[in-house]
Ligand binder design. Structure first.
Ligand code: ADP
Ligand code: ZN
Ligand code: ZN
Length: 741
């Protein structure tokens, strides 16, 4: 074969095709420059009529494409690779495992600005420094202006101050300007540099570990890979162990990466880290703009940021000196991405830590069944905290049987009394209800008609403020009808409870008390959550009512009562993970009560006091519940005993989606005949068959081993890409799906 000996660039592009693309080097590139190109470099390339930013995966000299068909890359964006070999490999592995196109996998790991073609350069930061004249001033100068004197002293002590630090020190900009005008200080831009070790890593002393915390903490090894499950109730002191493990890591000159659930990255969490450590911490939260996000990414890569805290995608943060990965609330669903690159940050964290040879700590009060199972098989080291740290006592959960009870807008009389008592004692109450809006349905009292969405198999939720009907699945909104479209009756009534309704009821029942509603609607604006919670933290008696947003990450010192309005939905969910999630959510919510010195009480309203899952959870605890569900999963051949994947397809015409999946099943069976070790189920309609005017179906793969499933999916995906029906439906593969809907 006479292949061209011209070097070729193998490039991953952000397109949904499961392959790399070959390009000729840019026309103006010299052989020397070419020789220096390394994988991970970003280039601009032509793609059809577009220009895309791609990631160089390899330089090679053979192509399957005839040379005249190849196009040349436009140019290199930055000779410095944007992605390290470590991240390149991790992403490639993940794209493969999760059956996503390699370019889409790699692009997930890049900050938006780099994806758009910007260079990865650290920004200088404006700082204030003393001039020679300023340095020469004796102590006690500038007496007439104490503020200027204070700034001068701070500068003399610390060498320089970043302008943003001035506001932290409560020094107005005018004071800095005064020093500059006097020629004593100057403003310059500096690139932040790494390796400035402050004299002390810690800003505050660590707590003395309890007899239970210490052995758990001492098991952690810092120079080798191991996954540790830190299993301890809310308030048992897990975070204190994270902080001390991070301190060890920092002492070793390494960085720490901490992942938290999407709604768990609260200012409180962040402050706790900032109070403890004297080193730069970056938080990758949703409030950052693209530039700030890139800055944080670059600071982590340069080793300037020593602690990185973020949600799911922060897993891909480049680290100069990686030392530990911690995942708090590891059971949380937000660690799995639900679209595009459907990776699990928790599972990938294990892969990353393994490759780096560093420890991974998974923490939770209610570990996922997968994780508990791995701990049982001794794949993970099991660290257990039973008691609550400090003096706090675990809350007792009481069942409130509401069968046959006349409820006051969803509240049992006993719940109302308990809230009253709590407020009278000067404490706070939390009412949990996992449904936003006023009511989950609108019903005609005369004929039973229910307002449903025209685009989904779903009811419309009634919202009060502003008044309208809203589909929570496709976002369709319409006005509340005045009359029943079916029988023309005017007796339309909201059915069931949402947070808006509970808020109004509570406000009527306790007019003198502040009622604070926390859900997606009330916290839509930036900082609104903080504003809402400021009242709670003031400690005044109040009632909090809200959805699962309240369940995570928050510490409410004065909440001594939690009322759970409706826990029954999870019991009868058609998703096999329903009971597990219900148990986790109930305990997370219950854990909000009595965290500090005050004991807590939890009331659970239910129609199913005798249900074995409820009984087990309340009287034997989460671990007994987990054991019960695990036994069921083993019998029914579900994870963690088996491995699942879903091929989903949706289309405006139901038949097309079904047909596509039928063909897919045939292709799959031709690759791998069905057997007990690898079985197929479907096509079946999704739980919500119609959503947003599309009909949704799925084909389920259930395998005893991951490897054969992987092999099958990789082949099948390539065949499906080329399939004539593939362009007519929306389809995707979900490996280890968390949500079966
Ligand atoms: P978790 O992360 O498991 O919810 P935390 O680490 O937040 O638990 O601890 C709960 C509370 O107990 C916090 O207020 C924390 O400061 C306190 N605490 C934790 N460990 C100790 C300890 N060893 N001694 C005293 N107080 C502790
Ligand atoms: Zn009617
Ligand atoms: Zn809808």
């Amino acid at each position: 074969m006479t292949a061209t000996q011209i070097p070729l660039l193998e490039i991953a592009l952000p397109v949904p095709l499961r392959r790399h693309f070959d390009y000729l080097p840019p026309a103006d590139m010299s052989p020397e420059q070419l020789a220096q190109l390394v994988p991970g470099v970003l280039l601009r390339v032509p793609f059809g009529r577009q220009q895309l930013v791609g990631v160089l995966v390899a330089v090679k000299s053979l192509s399957e494409q005839p040379e005249h068909k190849l196009r040349a890359a436009f140019g290199v964006i930055d000779e410095q690779p944007a992605l390290s070999p470590e991240l390149l490999e991790l992403c490639s592995w993940a794209a493969n495992y999760y059956q996503c196109a390699p370019g889409e996998g790699l692009h997930t790991a890049l900050p938006a600005l780099l994806r758009q073609g910007e260079q990865a350069r650290l920004r200088g930061e404006p700082v204030l420094r003393l001039t020679t004249e300023g340095k020469g001033l004796p102590e006690g100068a500038l007496k007439r202006s104490p503020k200027q004197a204070a700034l001068l002293a701070a500068l003399q002590q610390r060498g320089q101050l970043a302008l943003r630090e001035l506001s932290e020190l409560d020094i107005p900009g005018t004071i800095a300007k005064a020093l500059i005008d006097k020629g004593l200080a100057q403003k310059i831009e500096v690139t932040p540099d790494s390796g400035v070790q402050p004299a002390t890593l810690l800003r505050e002393p660590p707590l003395l570990l309890s007899d239970e915390q210490r052995p758990a903490f001492e098991q952690i090894q810092y120079h080798s890979f191991n996954t540790y499950l830190l299993d301890g109730a809310t308030g048992s002191g897990k975070t204190e162990i994270y902080l001390q493990a991070i301190a060890e890591t920092l002492k070793n000159g390494k960085q720490a990466l901490v992942l938290v659930p999407e709604i768990g990255l609260t200012p409180q969490t962040l402050q706790r880290f900032q109070r403890r450590f004297n080193l730069p911490i970056v938080a990758l939260h949703s409030g950052l703009n693209d530039r700030e996000r890139l800055d944080a990414w670059l600071q982590a890569r340069a080793g300037i940021a020593r602690i990185i805290i973020g949600t799911r995608s922060a897993l891909f943060t480049p680290l100069k000196e990686p030392g530990i990965i911690i995942i708090d609330e590891e059971h949380d669903g937000s660690f799995k991405q639900q679209d595009g690159f459907r990776y699990s940050a928790r599972d990938l964290a294990a892969m990353r830590a393994h490759r780096l040879g560093i420890p991974l700590i998974l923490g939770s009060a209610t570990p996922s069944l997968e994780t508990l199972h791995n701990a049982k098989l001794e794949r993970y080291r099991y660290l257990r905290l039973q008691a609550r740290a400090g003096n706090a006592k675990p809350p007792e959960i009481e069942l409130l049987d509401i069968r046959g009870e006349t409820l006051h807008e969803g509240f049992a009389q006993a719940s109302i009394n308990a809230i009253g008592d709590t407020l009278k004692r000067g404490n706070q109450a939390l009412v949990f209800l996992n449904r936003r809006g006023y009511a989950p349905a609108l019903e005609c009292h005369d004929c039973g008609w229910l307002a449903s969405c025209n685009h989904c198999d779903a009811r419309m939720t009634v919202h009060n403020n502003p008044r309208h009907l809203h589909c929570h699945h496709c976002d369709h909104q319409r006005a509340l009808p005045k009359r029943c479209p079916s029988c023309n009756s005017s007796k339309l009534q909201p059915l069931g409870q949402g947070t808006e309704r509970s808020e109004l009821v509570l406000q009527e029942l306790f007019p003198a008390t502040k009622v604070i509603r926390v859900d997606r609607d009330s916290t839509r604006n930036k900082n609104s959550m903080q504003t809402l919670l400021a009242d709670v933290h003031s400690g005044e008696p109040c009632i909090l009512v809200g959805t699962q947003m309240l369940a995570k990450g928050h510490h409410f010192e004065d909440v001594t009562l939690v009322v759970i309005i409706d826990a029954d939905a999870g019991l009868f969910s058609t998703d096999f993970r329903g009971p597990e999630r219900m148990g986790q959510l109930l305990l997370q919510v219950a854990g909000r009560a009595g965290r500090a010195e005050k004991p807590g009480r939890v009331l659970l309203q239910t129609h199913h006091t005798d249900h074995p899952l409820v009984q087990t959870l309340i009287y034997k605890g989460y671990h007994a519940l987990a054991e019960l569900i695990l036994q069921e999963r083993q019998l029914t051949q579900l994870p963690p005993f088996r491995h699942l994947a879903l091929l989903r397809a949706e289309s405006k015409q139901a038949q097309q989606a079904v047909h596509f999946l039928q063909q897919a099943r045939q292709l799959a069976e031709a690759i791998q005949a069905p057997s007990p070790a690898l079985s197929y189920l479907g096509p079946l309609p999704a739980m919500m068959e119609k959503r947003g005017d599309r009909f949704r179906y799925q084909l389920q793969f259930n395998a005893a081993q991951r490897k054969p499933l992987q092999a099958l999916l990789s082949q099948l995906a390539l065949q499906l890409e080329a399939h004539p029906l593939a362009s007519k439906v929306r389809w995707s593969i979900d490996v280890d799906p968390q949500d079966m809907a």
